[in-house]
Ligand binder design. Structure first.
Ligand SMILES: *Cc1c(COP(=O)(O)O)cnc(C)c1O
Length: 363
């Protein structure tokens, strides 16, 4: 069957080069070959996350590290900032880990604002918070720098940030932000196959984790740090993913991070332009739109924007070889999402817009 190219916001299209790297013959994970591979990537990862801390590799999807952050860092109570499907779920996950947890819920499509967090943290009840930088279900980006600035006021609160669908698409300076955990799964903005997560933790987070009982083993931050010092992982990683990541990091730096960021900004703007050209409005609140995907309003917000039969649009586009997303969770059909993350260029996005244009004439 012919491959349908992925323009859903994860997993995204994986390049031939990446797949080739993925298929590199296997090596042992305690041997020098693996250590050399990880050691070669470490400075690239540190540059990507703008950190002096070691960057860890977890064979899990993002949720492994999202849950692990809760298990390692919550002693008192966690504030889960909620503005969409992924961030909403983090509250359930915290509770399932047996932690005291409270949701800070805003309407889907709205960002999380620093003032709201400030008010909650001022109660003194919390020792951790979770934030999704780019809520993929709604295409909404929260103002990370403003939120991270609160860390100065609440130094003992662990700031846990998911950048699954934003890391590599715009600068995120871990050390300068002063946050405690930054994590990303690799099947979104990294454009790798699903099954690997990348993360780092602050010295304060590592110190706190060391005092946490029942933090488990597989996602024990202390184990990750200890092993990373020797360019190893606590348990047998998906070495294939790590070969693929190494290839991808070479791609990032060959392109140049600034160029990569500019490319995402440009292709995202083109997608917004495509939506506007057809009379659609966007779902996120103005000024907080994601740069890696576009969540098009299709009746979720009654703002005079155009609506279409999303299932039909998806099928018409799929028949031309492209998979787009028909909306997530409670906004399925009331929105649709177009991804520009990963390797997409103006040229490749142009092919998607052409297919969409054609589909629009057939609805
Ligand atoms: C996709 C996604 C996740 C969940 O990732 P899994 O790979 O399913 O664990 C978490 N957060 C965000 C922002 C996502 O986009």
């Amino acid at each position: 069957m012919a491959h349908v190219k992925l323009h859903i916001p994860g997993p995204v299209e994986v390049s031939e080069k990446t797949f080739k790297a993925f298929c590199t013959p296997m090596i042992g994970h305690r041997g020098q070959g693996f250590k050399d591979l990880y050691a070669k990537m470490q400075p690239q990862l540190q540059t990507l996350l703008s950190t002096k801390q070691l960057v860890y590799l977890s064979t899990s999807s993002a949720w492994g590290v999202m849950e692990g952050s809760i298990r390692n860092l919550v002693h008192k109570k966690v504030l889960n900032c909620m503005c969409g499907a992924f961030s909403d779920k983090w509250l359930d996950v915290s509770k399932k880990c047996g932690k005291q947890a409270e949701g800070l819920q805003v309407e889907w499509g709205s960002p999380i604002r620093a003032e709201l967090i400030d008010k909650k943290l001022a109660t003194g009840e919390f020792d951790a918070l979770t934030l999704i930088h780019n809520e993929t279900s709604t295409g909404t980006m929260s103002p990370l720098a403003e939120i991270a600035a609160l860390k100065k006021k609440y130094p003992d609160v662990m700031f846990i940030v998911d950048a699954v669908s934003s890391l590599t698409a715009l600068p995120i300076n871990f050390d300068e932000l002063g946050i405690d955990v930054l994590l990303a799964g690799t099947q979104k903005a990294f454009a790798l196959p699903p099954g690997l997560a990348v993360f780092t933790a602050s010295p304060a987070a590592l110190a706190k984790a060391a005092t946490t009982k029942d933090r488990g083993y597989y996602f024990d931050f202390v184990e990750f740090e200890k092993n990373a010092k020797d360019s190893m992982t606590p348990s047998t990683p998906s070495i294939s993913h790590i070969y693929a990541l190494s290839s991808k990091l070479d791609d990032f730096f060959a392109e140049g991070l600034a160029n990569r960021f500019a490319r995402h900004a440009k292709t995202n703007q083109l997608t917004r332009d495509w939506a506007a050209k057809h009379g659609f409005t966007l779902f996120p609140e103005k000024g907080y739109e994601s740069v890696t995907l576009t969540c098009v309003n299709n009746g979720a917000k009654a703002d005079g924007g155009r609506t279409v039969d999303v299932a039909k649009l998806q099928k018409l586009v799929k028949d031309q070889g492209f998979l787009i997303d028909g909306g997530y969770g409670k906004i399925k059909g009331l929105t649709f999402r177009l991804s520009n993350m990963g390797d997409e260029t103006e040229a490749t996005m142009g092919q998607l817009y052409a297919a969409l244009d054609k589909a629009m004439t057939q609805l």
